[in-house]
Design a protein around this ligand. Structure first.
Ligand code: FA5
Length: 334
């Protein structure tokens, strides 16, 4: 019995893992283990020796079980500690840097413009960028060979197809689709063969159109002044200058007081104290005739603005090309 005990303790000393301990447990306490076979051999002893020997085996079994339980919980603790150490997180380490994109300044400006008009009850209308001559010019009262067609620096796709030079064709398409009253804006890309510090071949415009009974120039002024005050601040001066567009009569160009020099005159406003911001006017009855609106019953106003122009003023950017160069150092500032 003593030799079993000694060999158990000797083996236990070298145990250093739960697997190893489990092997030892099977060796001594398993069905075919040393202690179990000792128990079985009791029957070969003389009857009077059996109780004393049986007790010894039982005592040994109990102490082996206790010892195995003790070592098992020690090993479990040790393994847990090792696991916790290897899985611990150093919260003082710097985080992993992820590069986030930001909204492009043109999209941001466009959303701002759209939001203001949507709150004023305008819906959103879309039209194709590859447009028929009819919608881009003809139905907007630009007759064939009208000098204004040339003024627009048109990209022709074919004799009667162009890349739209403005968003005004959406006015015609929108009115063809429905009867008055109408009130929508049409944001989108437009194209002109033009490139310098303030012009690019692709840029964005937002068109606006409102047609109903009794619409007057005062309504146009009210809406545009409200828009410009929300966009540039309530103190911004606004003025309307007479101008010409074939599809509006009368027509106006709208200026805001220079936001750089506050009207005293600077390089940006070329000393005038004013910055041109959009074109507008009362819809020319000839356009209504193309879409078969009753020119006696209905009047309307339209306006169109360059989004890049507004973004340049809002963010004090003096070269329009920066918007399209995708220089991350520029874009990151927004
Ligand atoms: C028009 O395009 C008219 N369709 C606007 C209009 C609509 C008037 C409805 C009346 C009623 P204009 O050609 O002026 O107008 O262009 C409008 C704005 O587009 C300009 O004020 C300017 O901000 C912008 N713009 C024009 N050409 C370029 C260009 N090449 N690059 C960037 N912006 C431009």
């Amino acid at each position: 019995m003593t030799s079993i005990k000694d060999s158990f303790y000797a083996e236990l000393k070298s145990v250093n893992s739960l697997n190893h301990l489990s092997d030892l447990k099977v060796k001594y306490l398993g069905k075919k283990g040393i202690i179990t076979s000792e128990m079985k051999s009791l029957s070969s002893l003389p009857v009077d020796e059996r109780p004393a020997h049986g007790k010894k085996i039982n005592d040994l079994k109990t102490s082996i079980e206790a010892e195995i339980d003790r070592i098992e919980s020690e090993l479990k603790n040790r393994e847990l500690k090792t696991q916790l150490l290897s899985e611990s997180i150093d919260v003082t380490l710097p985080g992993k840097y992820t590069l986030f994109g930001t909204e492009h300044p043109i999209n941001r400006t466009l959303s701002e413009i759209v939001d203001i008009f949507v709150k004023m009850g305008f819906s959103i209308e879309e039209g194709p960028e590859v447009e028929l001559d009819y919608y881009n010019f003809e139905a907007l009262n630009f007759p064939k060979n009208h000098p204004a067609r040339d003024m627009q620096d048109t990209f022709f796709v074919s004799d009667n197809t162009v890349l739209r030079t403005h968003t005004s064709p959406v006015q015609v398409r929108g009115m063809e689709k429905r009867n008055p009253p109408v009130r929508f804006i049409a944001p989108g890309k437009v194209y002109r063969c033009d490139a310098d510090m303030t012009h690019t071949p692709l840029f964005h415009q937002v068109e606006g159109l409102m047609v109903d009974r009794h619409i007057t120039f005062s309504n146009l002024k009210g809406i545009l002044v409200a828009f410009l005050h929300q966009m540039f601040g309530a103190e911004t001066p606004v003025r309307f200058r007479p101008s010409f567009f074939p599809f509006t009569e009368p027509s106006a160009e709208v200026d805001i007081g220079c936001i750089f020099c506050k009207g005293s005159g600077c390089r940006v406003c070329k000393g005038s104290g004013w910055l041109e911001i959009l074109g507008a006017g009362m819809v020319n009855p000839r356009v209504f005739e193309y879409v078969k609106y009753d020119t006696e019953e209905f009047t309307g106003f339209a306006f169109g603005m360059g989004v890049e122009r507004i973004a340049m003023l809002k963010y004090s950017i003096d070269d329009i090309r920066l918007f399209f160069e995708n220089d991350i150092r520029f874009l990151r500032q927004f």
